[in-house]
Write a protein that binds this ligand. Structure first.
Ligand code: ATP
Ligand code: MG
Length: 610
């Protein structure tokens, strides 16, 4: 390919609105162009990388025995009504109504394909003899992300490799899940991505039924919790917290004098921050009391002021389908105060109280007083909040109403924070930002039940098919590389995903140089190497800047001095110094080097590890 014959609109300046490396670099290197917020055109170079990522995904999926198909990107909305997902997706679902003759046909642009694929299978699979089977595709998905950000990391239209497996029993599902989990490891390794598989929320099947594949990156929107000592890794929704140990922040207080429980007026202080400022205390000295509706029934949840309640853990513990923060009316009824003053002592209604483990031994804390503009100080959980502690609590200044607690249960009800104990070993947890690039999930029978995907088993009975689903964000593979592999000059591609593996860069566009350049180009192409020849009549500085910005792994400079000596200058994108290469047999040598790098990524990895 000749540079002059393709379209590579590189940019010197950082484009407006681009904030993170992948977004800035992909625009500046001429890989993508924005169409509107959340939608991008892949320009010729960007498309080449995207196609290479797709090919790696395809090869590894085929190796697992999965078979490729291509489902339509649009389907009737009725399929989503049958699984109750029109409401669940809400505004994320891209809907349209098609005029068809006199009729109007409501459709959706698929955000994922569980519905379509399960409907398909319900029509064509009817016997245990046809199971198991895994179907996959690489297809555009549509999700009206409210605030699409960060370039192609989060867009309203993106390419997903989505696979769906269908089984007669759990053992078969587990076997396929393992195969695809392993394939994901190979895919991301071949793509040169640093990745971390983490446990994720498991849904109906429970256990280790879901994993996300994360790329650790400061600009990731997700958080992963991991233990360097034993390798435990989970996303924040799922991450468990180990039992408190001596010396931990939540460990039993050995000898803290209990202060009297006292009410204080706290005008205009509603939030944790405002109360802390007003009373001059740190957030960890505060107890937040959150009133939730669990399948409609109010419950109070206590977490420390510096912690966040984890709704997934609460939902699982309570075994409810719906958990939401209570409305102001319910809060007022349950606590006797407007929003912002709920506390564990003196609730007006006898409701269940779930207290996070870190609250268990807290003494001399601040909490809402269940009275407008009022908090209590000196709250000691063991003295003031245990259900057996009934009757009035006397304090120096005010008498506080009796403790009305249905039952108080302690448990792990919050998000893990840096330094929390590991749930699996004696290590501590760390938290890192990460980009979710893939997800594997044991679905169970949610979709097959809703859409009637059944099979006749060997015992002649009708059974519901068990499913798994497995997604990879193909665009995020590309953005993930640009987010993790770059320097001040531009992107640093691994050979496997680079738009071209080698750039030929003649210093002068004269007859002698161009003759050599074209001959090399043709020989390399014949050897199956992706090769771009920069035939622009530009200053070498301009060409080198573009080469580094785009990040071709290998740059070959054809200069007049070298030609005289029968040499070419060869430089890997990640090394500082060029090497000289004899002109004689150069194409063969370059092809050998690149082929080796394709298979091992040895040089790229070594450079990344530095
Ligand atoms: P996220 O939490 O980031 O919104 P998700 O968990 O909703 O993603 P899945 O339904 O698991 O996404 O989709 C599978 C994969 O598709 C994700 O792991 C991710 O790589 C990719 N993906 C999801 N949403 C987007 C998006 N808006 N833009 C680009 N890729 C996406
Ligand atoms: Mg996901």
């Amino acid at each position: 390919m000749l540079w002059s014959q393709t379209l590579i609109p590189t940019m010197k300046e950082t484009p407006e609105g681009a904030e993170i490396p992948s977004h800035i670099l992909m625009l500046r290197a001429g890989l993508i162009a924005q169409v509107m917020a959340g939608a991008y055109t892949y320009l010729p170079l960007g498309l080449r990388s995207l196609q290479k990522a797709m090919q790696i995904v395809r090869e590894e999926m085929n190796r697992t025995g999965a078979v490729e198909l291509l489902m339509s990107a649009m389907c009737p909305i009725s399929l989503y009504e049958r699984t109750d997902r029109v409401e669940a997706f809400g505004d994320v679902l891209v809907k349209a109504t098609l005029p068809r003759g006199g009729r109007k046909v409501p459709i959706v642009f698929c955000p994922t394909h569980e519905e379509e694929v399960t409907d398909l299978v319900s029509r064509f699979i009817s016997s245990y003899r046809q199971l198991p089977i895994t179907l996959y595709q690489i297809q555009t998905k549509f999700r009206n992300e409210e605030r699409p950000r960060f370039g192609v990391l989060r867009t309203s239209e993106f390419l997903m490799k989505d696979a769906y497996s269908f089984h007669a029993n759990l053992e078969s599902l587990n076997a396929t899940y393992k195969k695809i989990y392993d394939a994901y490891g190979r895919i991301f390794s071949r793509c040169g991505l640093p990745f971390l598989p983490v446990e994720a929320e498991s849904g109906p099947i429970g256990g280790d039924a879901s994993h996300e594949f994360m790329i650790p990156s400061p600009n990731g929107e997700d958080k992963v919790v991991y233990c360097a000592a034993c390798g435990y890794a989970a996303n924040t929704e799922k991450a468990e917290i180990g039992p408190c140990r001596h010396g931990d922040a939540g460990a039993p207080p050995v000898s803290v004098d209990m202060k009297p429980l006292t009410e204080l007026a706290t005008p205009d202080a509603h939030t944790v921050e405002q109360v802390c400022q007003f009373l001059k205390v740190k957030p960890h000295k505060l107890i937040k009391t959150l009133i939730y509706l669990a399948d409609g029934k109010p419950v109070a949840v206590l977490v420390r002021g510096d912690h966040e309640a984890n709704e997934n853990k609460l939902r699982r513990f309570l075994n409810v389908a719906k958990l939401e923060l209570a409305d102001p009316g319910t809060i007022e009824r349950v606590t006797g105060a407007p929003v912002g003053f709920a506390g564990p002592v003196g609730l007006k209604e006898k409701i269940d109280v779930l207290a996070d483990n870190a609250v268990r031994n807290c003494r001399n804390m601040v909490a809402g007083a269940n009275k407008n503009e009022t908090h209590v100080v000196g709250l000691c959980i063991d003295r003031d909040c245990m259900p057996q502690t009934s009757g009035a609590v006397q304090s120096d200044t005010v008498q506080i109403g009796s403790v009305q607690l249905g039952s108080m249960q302690f448990g792990d009800f919050r998000d893990a924070v840096e330094g929390d104990p590991c749930p699996r070993c004696s290590g501590s947890l760390s938290i890192r930002q990460a980009i979710e690039v893939g997800h594997v999930f044991k679905l169970g029978t949610k979709y097959s039940e809703a859409l009637g995907a059944k099979y006749l088993d060997a015992d002649e009975t009708q059974k519901t098919i068990i499913m798994g689903c497995y997604g990879i964000g193909v665009n995020r593979i590309i953005a993930g590389i640009c987010e993790t592999s770059y320097d001040e000059a531009g992107i640093v591609w691994p050979v496997n995903l680079a738009p071209f593996e080698v750039l030929l860069c003649p210093i002068k566009i004269d007859e002698a140089s161009m003759k050599i350049a074209h001959a090399l180009h043709d020989e390399l192409e014949t050897a199956g190497i992706d090769c771009l020849l920069d035939d622009r009549d530009q200053r070498p500085g301009v060409k080198f800047k573009d080469a580094d910005l785009i990040g071709f792994p290998l740059r070959i400079v054809i200069g007049p001095k070298g030609i005289e000596k029968g040499e070419l200058e060869m430089k890997w994108r990640w090394s500082k110094e060029p090497e000289m290469l004899p002109l004689e047999g150069a194409a063969l040598k370059i092809a050998q080097l690149l082929q080796e790098e394709r298979h091992t990524a040895r040089r790229f990895r070594a450079a990344m590890d530095r």
